[in-house]
Design a protein around this ligand. Structure first.
Ligand code: ATP
Ligand code: MG
Length: 725
């Protein structure tokens, strides 16, 4: 007899118990392979299957079955890769069983589970001394900068003897540390780990990053002491995994307790679990062996964190030689043609039948995909948005049925501009709108000051640039901090003048006066560079801004998503091509920011995101943009030997393209520009790997769309207002 759940109705004093669906009800519609995975109960199993084959569906229905058959939710641990994916799983489980029936289940990310374990166990083991703070991203950046600048007295670190000619940036260093920890290495093995993970690095680079790592670990121990006098330390996100694993590995009592408190461990997106995450799950399941993993090695896209698609399968087989490998061949998500094309593409991956089998389509027919070549990103965006509008006009789809996917964040700009221009609401998942990105705002502040420093926007810009200056010149302009800004604001209010004027005419300390003179000289230089937006923004970058941003943040890509801060700046300069006059550019941007804010409030909106962020999701209509050589595959991933492209540098990029195409349920479009930021690009080499698309590729090459038909500055402003609020 099925057990019953308390219905979530909170209004009724007598809680109504509704029966939970039984196994047969939960298995409804599943095919025989999916049923096998769904019914698998004891022992280890790995469901290896292509995209859209129901891996997440089966995993969740299996959890629901276990609960409906009487397993206490608290004895089940479900884990996945991102918080968003975990939230979505939780929601889907509530739909299957209702909220209260699942109460107590451990469902979340590896990091979330580790944090929960550490908080409890450290408190039990060490009392007050077991307290720790999270070394979050902003803390990491601040400390990394200080270490690399050797200038932070506050942290009281030994001066790290970094190589004279070595260029280390914070992002690159932190990435090295993170990847090492994710492969299970602690700081005492820094050199070994880095040399293994980055075979291309020269010895001095390995040594430099290893030294950085040591200083970084010391900072986590020391800084907090100095600040609060409480003997607590900091753990970064990777430490959470590492420390939780060490605790389970080294403390027999704790390990036994957790091993005994869970009967079932389930992992989604297992192809992107790092080694340390895998070990965490394995140890928890060691006793009973009830580990259920689902994944698609063809979708492994986190190599930069030390994830390796083949290792997923090999580690499973090594740890559980008797474990079952279940294949789910049928794809339920996409139309036949999409499945055919995705199969063709991924067949070129260095992954044989042991790792993945072709997907079988269950849905036939479907519309022909669109393949189009364009002059540049601007023309591409205009075209894509026009196609989206046409489909919207057919009335079959709400906005949220559409996704625009790109490889790098910087590529969102043209599409944001075009969507705003067309009055179509959009949302960026897991990212910031282009004109709100920090470096873009910084550069536009310089532009504003060169145009008019005396308006309200000029006030804001001056404060922003002063803030940059105070960081940029360190000690020499220390007097430019928040206190100084308040002082200038007060003077401006008293004199009834602009912030900039108060800055110009105020009486300050000598060091401040020197810094202000410098600041004004810079603005003058930018102004004198020319009357065009491009000339002024380029001049602003030459004042040392590029160098500053590299020192601050590093020029490495973001979370494997290709874009660096500098690429956003290149993109900003490209955006100026339409606005010769700086004033027109500033008006345009102010409008775009206002519109984007309104757009973000819309509940029904087009989805914009990088391919990384799209993992696990699906939409009826997917537009994959920037499908060009050096964009996808991204130039940062490509490696050459004697002028020849090394094919293995394409592997992860190909998997990204496969992830992108397999997000589509009904329709997909691939488009690419011929030129990007003034450089000629060819179409993505992955197009040649999908012979079914060959006639469409050929047709696209014959009929590229020309440059976007943009109006002049003034006309554009009018058009903008027409499309307005
Ligand atoms: P990904 O690899 O992208 O994570 P996945 O393998 O996890 O995909 P799901 O997201 O579980 O696949 O399922 C893809 C789509 O197929 C969903 O819309 C799901 O509802 C549907 N689906 C899964 N199994 C079946 C089935 N047996 N019958 C009908 N639809 C199904
Ligand atoms: Mg899934």
């Amino acid at each position: 007899m099925p057990i019953t759940a308390v219905a979530s109705s909170k209004t009724s004093p007598e809680k109504v118990r509704t029966p939970l669906p039984d196994a047969e009800a939960l298995a409804e519609g599943l095919n025989s392979h999916q049923r096998e995975a769904f019914l698998h109960t004891q022992g280890a199993a790995l469901a290896l299957a292509g995209a859209g084959s129901g891996k997440t569906t089966v995993l969740l229905r299996r959890v629901a079955r276990l609960i409906s058959e009487g397993v206490a939710p608290a004895r089940i641990l479900v884990t996945t890769f991102t918080r968003r994916a975990a939230d979505e799983m939780s929601d889907r489980l509530h739909v299957l069983l209702g909220e209260e029936a699942t109460e107590g289940i451990w469902i979340g990310t590896f990091h979330g589970h580790s944090l929960r374990i550490l908080k409890k166990e450290f408190a039990d083991l060490y009392g007050k001394e077991g307290k720790f703070e999270i070394a979050d991203e902003s803390w990491q950046k601040r400390v990394s900068r200080a270490i690399l600048a050797k200038a932070d007295k506050y942290i009281k670190l030994p001066s790290p003897p970094f190589g004279q000619n070595l260029r280390l940036d914070p992002k690159m260093c932190l990435l090295g540390v993170s990847a090492s920890k994710n492969t299970g290495y602690a700081c005492d093995m820094a050199e070994t780990s880095l040399a293994r993970l980055y075979p291309d690095w020269e010895v001095p680079t390995v040594e430099g990053v290893a030294k950085f790592w040591r200083c970084y670990e010391m900072a986590k121990q020391k800084e907090f002491d100095l600040m609060s006098r409480v003997p607590a330390r900091r753990l970064d996100f990777d430490d959470l995994l590492l420390e939780a694993f060490y605790l389970l590995r080294d403390n027999n009592a704790i390990r036994r307790r957790y091993q005994e408190s869970f009967d079932y461990i389930l992992v989604d997106e297992t192809q992107d679990t790092s080694q340390i995450q895998w070990e965490f799950a394995r140890v928890l399941a060691e006793k009973h062996g009830n580990l259920f993993l689902v994944g698609d090695v063809g979708q492994s896209i986190y190599g930069f964190r030390g994830c390796d698609p083949k290792l997923t399968v090999m580690s499973f087989q090594k740890a559980f030689p008797q474990g079952d490998i279940i294949r789910l061949p049928a794809n339920y998500r996409s139309h036949e043609l999409i499945v055919t094309v995705a199969n063709e593409l991924i067949a070129h991956a260095d992954l044989d039948d042991r790792y993945r089998l072709p997907m079988e389509a269950t849905r036939t027919g479907g519309p022909e995909p669109a393949l189009t070549q364009h002059f540049d990103g601007e023309a591409e965006a205009q075209f894509v948005v026009e196609r989206i509008r046409e489909r919207l006009n057919e009335g079959r789809h709400p906005f949220k049925d559409f996704a625009v996917l790109y490889r790098t964040n910087a590529y969102s700009r043209c599409f944001e501009d075009a969507l705003i221009g067309a009055g179509i609401p959009y949302q960026i998942t897991g990212g910031t709108g282009f004109y709100n990105r920090r470096e873009v705002k910084d550069l536009l502040s310089y532009l504003q000051l060169s145009v008019d420093p005396h308006c309200a926007a000029g006030d804001e810009a001056a404060k922003r640039v002063l803030n940059i200056a105070s960081k940029r010149f360190g000690k020499t302009s220390r007097g430019l901090g928040r206190g100084f800004i308040t002082q200038v604001e007060e003077q401006a209010a008293k004199k009834k003048c602009s912030f900039y004027e108060a800055l110009r005419t105020g009486a300050f300390k000598t060091a401040q006066d020197v810094a202000i003179r410098d600041f004004r000289r810079q603005i003058q230089e930018i102004h004198d560079a020319g009357d065009t937006t491009v000339a002024r923004l380029t001049a602003a970058r030459f004042t040392g801004y590029d160098e500053y941003i590299i020192n601050e943040e590093g020029d490495s890509e973001d979370e494997g998503e290709g874009s660096s801060r500098l690429e956003n700046l290149d993109e900003l300069i490209a955006a100026c091509a339409r606005f010769n006059a700086p004033e027109a550019m500033l008006t345009f941007v102010a409008g775009q920011i206002r519109k984007a804010q309104q757009s973000a409030r819309s509940l029904d909106a087009i989805n914009l995101m990088t391919i990384h962020k799209a993992k696990g999701l699906e939409w009826p209509c997917v537009f994959i943009v920037g499908f060009a050589m050096n964009l996808l595959p991204h130039h940062r991933s490509l490696r050459y030997e004697d002028g020849n492209l090394l094919p293995d540098s394409l592997e992860e990029e190909r998997r990204l393209a496969y992830v992108a195409i397999t997000r589509a349920r009904e329709f997909f479009s691939l488009s690419w520009p011929q030129y990007h930021n003034g450089k000629a690009l060819g179409p993505s080499p992955f197009l040649d790997e999908m012979p079914t698309l060959a006639p469409l590729v050929e047709a696209a090459r014959q009929t590229p769309t020309g440059p976007a038909t943009t109006a002049g500055d003034e006309e554009y402003t009018e058009e903008w207002e027409e499309n307005g609020d």
